[in-house]
Design a protein around this ligand. Structure first.
Ligand code: 9Z3
Length: 351
């Protein structure tokens, strides 16, 4: 059965689509390019009334940072993100590493102000944030589950069709490969105590629920998520530029897997990255077969540790890049998008 026939439509989908429709229409009229940036990880709930779920790794840094550079390059951005993950602009002052309170102080009159050393940088972020608000170029749409994500992606792609080649998909979200189909999801919290074991026959046909207890063990049996990228490229957004990300941990697999994805889905670009080095190097694999690394310089170690005998020890803190790699990725992508748009125009003239 088709995924969308078998999976419930999210309750807030219509409201989100209404917001997106107005946003896209405004920017279509202003002949602005629109980038759909996906960001953060999707969850897979194990119960309908969800207490437990499986999550996918992603802080949302790639997506939130890239969204800022797309806005800077003149795009309008639909930011499809995991609820409570990093957001463009506020990411500079949110979550535990950048708590906004650390940037503030009292002045002599007792008023709360920004510390002088942060003034300049914050003024820059504030200006960009206010510009995006004034021009209504940033639309924030949250998802939580992989089901929310898939429904939204499909609906947004359909809404973006009138933009034709001016639409761009930049799929940085970490999307679950496996999920619990609605027909095999239990309603209530799975009970670990044998005294409260639930009936395991209420699954789909002969199969028990996807998550259930058996002899004090929790058994989780997940189905594969349908290959949505194929549907996006072929059916939902056939005229847009589509860029996907490929995350691996084994360096020897990355290029092969990125090329494989491009061959399988025939979209425009796969950006490969490794979990441990993703902040300073990415691999561009393009539809013309070209393959090249983009690397930004690494900054100095921010913290060193003094050993027992007074020696400085190389610390365990990962090094941070001195430049945000997205400030190099996004202009390259925008340039490729310009080429895709002009090629589309040439093709249209030919017909
Ligand atoms: C990525 O590879 C992103 O760059 C990261 C960003 C998730 C690594 P952070 O948010 O991390 O900055 O912490 N996203 C795509 C991951 C993914 O699930 N890709 C699928 C795959 O690799 C294809 S859609 O198969």
């Amino acid at each position: 059965m088709d995924y969308f026939t078998a999976s419930p439509k999210p309750a807030n989908l219509d409201r989100q689509v209404t917001l997106a429709r107005a946003f896209i229409q405004q920017h279509a009229e202003q002949h602005r390019r629109v980038a759909l940036v996906t960001s953060g990880g999707t969850t897979v709930p194990l119960e309908n009334q969800t207490v437990r779920f499986i999550d996918n790794f992603s802080a949302g840094t790639r997506g939130a940072t890239s969204a800022e550079y797309f806005l800077q390059s003149g795009y309008a951005v639909i930011f499809l993100h995991r609820q409570f993950s990093l957001l463009p602009y506020s990411r500079h002052y949110s979550h535990s590493t950048n708590c906004f309170l650390d940037f503030m102080t009292h002045n002599d009159a007792g008023a709360v102000v920004i510390e002088s050393e942060y003034q300049q940088q914050m003024a820059k972020v504030l200006d960009q944030y206010r510009k995006a608000k004034r021009e209504n170029t940033l639309l924030l749409l949250p998802f939580v589950t992989v089901n929310d994500y898939l429904w939204l992606l499909r609906e947004l792609a359909i809404q973006m069709q009138p933009l034709e080649a001016n639409g761009l998909f930049y799929l940085a979200a970490a999307v679950s490969d496996f999920f619990v189909p609605a027909a095999r999801m239990v309603e209530h919290k799975i009970q670990s105590s044998e005294d409260y074991h639930q009936d395991v026959t209420n699954g789909d046909g002969d199969r028990p629920p996807a998550a259930h207890m058996e002899d004090k063990r929790l058994i989780i049996d997940l189905d594969p998520v349908p290959k949505f990228l194929k549907q996006l490229v072929d059916t939902w957004a056939p005229r847009s530029m589509i860029i996907s990300f490929k995350l691996e941990t084994d360096p020897s697999l990355l290029a092969k897997k990125a090329k494989g994805a491009l061959q399988k889905y025939s979209h425009h670009l796969v950006i490969g990255n490794l979990l441990n080095t993703r902040k300073w190097e990415v691999l561009f694999v393009a539809a013309d077969g070209s393959e090249r690394w983009i690397r930004v310089p690494l900054g100095r170690r921010t913290r060193s540790v003094t050993g027992k005998d007074g020696d400085t020890i190389e610390n365990a803190e990962p090094r941070e890049p001195s430049i945000e790699i997205e400030s190099w990725i996004v202009p390259e992508v925008a340039q490729m998008h310009t080429e895709v748009i002009s090629k589309g125009k040439v093709e249209m003239q030919r017909h």
